[in-house]
Design a protein around this ligand. Structure first.
Ligand SMILES: [Zn+2]
Length: 285
């Protein structure tokens, strides 16, 4: 009788241990298989981003998010600017290759200098125009010059799902609890090496970070301020591709990455409290 009981307990204990072991293994497997998401973003829709940024990304089969200031494109189309900006045809071609088109306002002026009505025009006006020109209403907005206040962020979030800062927390957004109204970016500047940028991607993979990278001009000759050389850019994309091919990172547009992380967050975790979501969100210009 006592022996029977002991045998039953032993069975229950080993069954319990087995269940714990299976859960542990599943946990380890699922945490090991979590791949860091990296998003490549481009502000301003300059010609160099079409000629180099987009074309080189095509070579490596990578896509990104292009933030367009609509009035700058219209000025180019009307022949009144110096062809610094790409055309709507260029933008549609980039979109057709799987890129996301986001808004970078209408006029690329500082939002905090503008009236409420002007801010609405910058936000809603650019959104409507991008939808008219590309057929898709943008969900991501990048503030010109990283110039925003808490009030402006609130206005942006009336129209868009995601607001991107210029260089907030060096692009390291915690995947499990990123702030949709303040997605930080790592701006690639002309003093950075490809190893530094790819090192950030490896670190992201180690620490469950959604890394959002920002490029401005991608020039053929020597890179000035807000520019990188096409050569350095290609080296960065080449190692990005290697990291992706080896399953360490997954390159996705901001919209796709954020929507996927949102779904994951909503299914696994409760939404984090507001105070946790709101880190440092001061203007950056
Ligand atoms: Zn800009």
């Amino acid at each position: 009788m006592l022996k029977d009981l002991a045998r039953k307990w032993k069975f229950a204990l080993s069954a319990g241990l087995l269940i714990v072991a299976v859960f542990l293994a599943l946990f380890v497997i699922s945490s090991k298989s979590s791949v860091a998401i990296v998003s490549l973003t481009f502000d301003d829709a300059s010609n160099t981003q079409y000629n180099n940024g987009f074309q080189i990304a095509q070579k490596y089969g990578l896509t990104g998010t292009l933030f367009v200031a609509t009035e700058m494109v219209n000025l180019r189309e009307s022949g009144t600017d110096n062809e610094w900006t790409m055309t709507w045809d260029n933008i549609r071609e980039i979109q057709a290759a799987g890129w996301e088109i986001g808004s970078h306002s209408r006029t690329h002026n500082r939002l905090s200098d503008q009236s409420n009505a002007q801010i609405t025009d910058e936000l809603r006006g650019s959104q409507r125009e991008i939808e008219a020109k590309t057929g898709i209403s943008p969900v991501s907005f990048s503030s010109p010059f990283g110039n925003f206040t808490e009030d402006i962020i609130a206005r942006v979030m009336e129209y868009y799902d995601y607001h991107l800062s210029w260089k907030g927390h060096r692009g390291r957004n915690p995947a499990a609890r990123f702030d949709p109204s303040y997605i930080g970016r790592l701006e690639v500047t002309n003093d950075m090496t490809p190893a530094q940028v790819c090192g950030e991607m490896v670190r992201a993979a180690e620490s469950n970070i959604w890394l959002v990278v920002l490029f401005h001009g991608i020039v053929d000759d020597e890179a000035g301020e807000y520019e990188v050389s096409a050569e350095i850019y290609e080296d960065i994309l080449s190692c990005t591709k290697i990291l992706q091919d080896n399953g360490l990172i997954q390159v996705e547009t901001v919209r796709n990455a954020a929507q996927r992380l949102d779904r994951r967050r909503n299914s696994l975790f409760a939404r984090p409290p507001k105070w946790l979501q709101r880190g440092r969100r001061q203007a950056e210009d």
